[in-house]
Write a protein that binds this ligand. Structure first.
Ligand SMILES: [Zn+2]
Length: 383
């Protein structure tokens, strides 16, 4: 199992490096990946045999043997990505290899019929790609969803914010509308994958926390997503915490982390103090304006999240914790999480632990999804 993972990952990394132009020869690949020339040659040969890359004319001579240039087959293909949020969707067009060409945000109503919503998003994506005058068609598509996802069935499970979507093959609907293979993934997982590969030096194992209206997390082990048995790994938002008492949660339970640490929780707490806030964006604006009560509540929210993350860090011993989502743009929130982890987790866990803000910001989910689409296309091609 570990051997197969390493092989797939190296082949995928080679496709990404060649596709993005960051490496054009076996020598450059060996340098970029830190692998031996013979290991790289073995993977390159496998990809050549499968017809996923081709070998071009010899490049410029630099004294020694002239390197043969490697190119990705179908490099002209573009990827269409939807990052679905509670009230907005962020749409992106990317090159194979992950480079984002353009993004746009459109409003969505998750209470509407899913097939209508997805057909509308597919139209927007098509319009975006046409407006760019791309030199090739879409090769694949993907969507990040705000709920636990069954990636095999391409469904979202018990989605509290989108009840009408349960059990629907979201991938099939988008696939039909766009006419290309489509992958479906949970948004925190997509963010985790995007962030994992965006940071240098690259961590072997990382946890990425998405703190917005709810709290999600994604786990990457040896460069691959760890989804858990039911696709819900990292879904820490409904962990019961003492500080939440009996506060009712969106999941129907009581006392979840979400009620004291999330944007939705902060909205509720501020409304109890007669602040006219309705969204996480309103909370963020108050903290940015240094409102003392909003700032104190946000710091406390970060502390509660940090307490739960101590368990995550002690259990999983990652090399890095990346903090994404709208709340992670707030310094009081991030510093409270950071100090809570450094105080509360075992020194052996925190000694070499990096706790860093998101590198990709709002594009993290889109970048993560492009990796999954590329992997799926590679799998399809590999048969
Ligand atoms: Zn809950």
């Amino acid at each position: 199992m570990p051997h197969r993972n390493t092989g797939t990952s190296a082949a995928h990394q080679i496709l990404m490096l060649v596709g993005s132009g960051r490496a054009r020869s076996r020598r450059e690949l060996a340098e970029a990946l830190g692998l031996s020339p013979s290991t790289v040659s073995q993977h390159v040969q496998g990809l050549l045999t499968k017809g996923l890359i081709v070998e071009g004319e010899a490049g410029e001579s630099s004294g020694g043997r002239r390197p043969r240039e490697l190119r990705l087959v179908g490099r002209t293909g573009f990827l269409g990505v939807v990052d679905l949020g509670g009230a907005h969707a962020r749409l992106g067009i990317a090159r194979r290899g992950g480079e984002i060409v353009a993004t746009v945000e459109v409003p969505v109503d998750l209470r509407a019929d899913p097939s209508t919503v997805l057909a509308g998003l597919a139209d927007e994506l098509t319009a975006l790609s046409e407006s760019l005058g791309l030199d090739g068609p879409l090769a694949g598509a993907g969507i990040a969803l705000p709920g636990p996802v069954n990636v095999g069935l391409r469904t979202v499970e018990s989605p509290s914010r989108m009840p009408g979507w349960a059990g629907i093959d979201i991938g099939a609907l988008l696939e039909r509308a766009l006419g290309v293979p489509t992958v479906v993934e949970n948004d925190a997982n997509a963010m985790a994958l995007g962030e994992h590969f965006a940071h240098t030096p690259r961590a072997r194992h990382s946890v990425t926390v998405k703190a917005g209206s709810a709290i999600g997390a994604g786990v990457v082990v040896d460069g691959r997503l760890y989804r858990g048995t039911g696709g819900a790994a990292g879904d820490i938002t409904h962990t019961r915490v003492g500080a939440a008492d009996d506060t009712p949660c969106s999941c129907g339970n009581r006392g979840c982390l979400e009620t004291v640490s999330s944007g939705a929780g902060l909205v509720r707490m501020l409304r109890e103090k007669d602040y006219p806030v309705t969204s996480t964006a309103d909370v963020i604006a108050l903290v940015q304006d240094a409102d003392p009560i909003a700032t104190t509540l946000t710091r406390t929210a970060g502390r509660h999240l940090g307490e739960v993350l101590c368990t995550v860090v002690n259990f999983f011993n990652p090399a890095a914790v990346y903090l994404g989502g709208a709340l992670s743009t707030l310094e009081p929130f991030v510093s409270a999480i950071r100090s809570q982890i450094y105080e509360g987790a075992h020194p052996l866990m925190t000694r070499d632990l990096a706790i860093e803000p998101s590198f990709l910001g709002a594009d993290a989910n889109i970048v993560g999804i492009t990796r999954l689409i590329d992997e799926a296309l590679l799998r399809d091609a590999a048969g």
